[in-house]
Design a binder for this molecule. Sequence first.
Ligand code: FAD
Ligand code: UDP
Length: 398
Amino acid sequence: VPDLPDLLVVGSGFFGLTVAERCASELDLKVLVLDRRHHLGGNAYSEKEPTTGIEVHKYGAHLFHTSNQKVWDYVTRFTTFTGYQHRVFARYQGQVYSFPMNLGLINQFFGKAHTPEEARELIAKQASEFDTETAANLEEKAISLIGRPLYEAFVKGYTAKQWQTDPTELSPDIITRLPVRYTYDNRYFNDTYEGLPTDGYTAWLTRMADHPNIEVRLETDFFDQSNGVAEQFKGKVPIVYTGPIDEYFGNSEGRLSWRTVDLEQSVVDVDDFQGTSVVNANDEDLPYTRILEFKHFHPERVKTHLPGKTVIVHEYSRFAEEGDEPYYPINTAEDREKLLKYRELAKLEPMVLFGGRLGTYKYLDMHMAIGSALSMYENKLRPHFADGAELKSGGVDE
Ligand code: FAD
Ligand code: UDP
């Protein structure tokens, strides 16, 4: 048997790299990290578009934000952040609106100035059909928060394209990600800390893995029969698995459903295409959900960008088929039933811990994936490796 590492990590996204970094740096363990892609970093990976020098997030725009002090203290060991504050605009019927719901949007949409109090009264009247507390689905929840006219303009069409599912069948949680404000504050996130990694996501992710005890092996699939990785490690060393939980069990309980996004990238011959980084396409008849323009994420890099050109990406959302990248868990009642069965199976799996976005079937922001990996390290891995505690198998974080 060739030298076995102390720990095998499947997946080099933020979850896997956080676990690997902690175990290597704090406990001096030898960690092998596998990834089936040709690069590390999972979905946060980014690279420069070669002709323009503009950094492009390859799996969709990634904005870092957190109010978790522990996560912030941890991530700032590996990168500094720019002062970027995310703002999103919404295109609807030939106009571009200040987004998310705020006083600017309300005034623009209703064509008149409102004080915060007047706006509250107006929306309260339009929202009285449903009660926020008892709203049973996305449509009811959204209407209870912003009223029907704004729902129909800014949520209905966008959500139909994003989910291709009737909003009355979607979970009310999805919409609570969007803030509603009766001020002119149009920042997208409410968190204490926000910014973009100064020298890019890949530089940050690469520094997390830059430790003599960490080996990252790319283009290596844990399930590839021809290299026999799974057989070589299963039951012999502890494994942290961050791939899809259903795939681990050969989809025995059926596939969990996901949405994927087609990202159509183009370089266009104008210096500035839309004047900002993200414009949502709220009209239902535009086939894409939004357009990203990457140079606006880093205005401080203007001198390194080729003038007269810009990189834009149209996003198209659809149901993920086999072989597509799983992006957003759909989480229907049927999915939840399957997930419970997979969790039961996971509990029986010796020395394997399931984590991350794919391993838990949960939409996790980056700070949540990192926070959850730090907890797995503190509550399970460190007690096991440092104090000899039994590694209770199959922990899928609830
Ligand atoms: P991943 O990054 O998905 O990493 C999992 C890794 O495991 C992958 O590299 C995969 O190749 C590998 N893998 C899987 N199976 C195997 C196998 N069998 N063998 C070997 N390797 C395997 N978060 C934010 O905070 N802000 C944002 O603005 C934001 N925007 C997003 C936009 C989109 C479109 C998406 C999809 C996500 C966004 N996120 C955002 C979430 C962010 O991407 C995740 O929080 C983060 O990627 C989670 O890290 P992870 O390690 O759990 O998973
Ligand atoms: N949403 C909407 N209109 C918009 C933007 C978002 O109705 O212009 C809804 C939509 O249902 C979406 C959810 O709010 O799925 C969460 O939006 P967010 O921007 O957080 O989604 P993400 O950036 O993760 O795609």
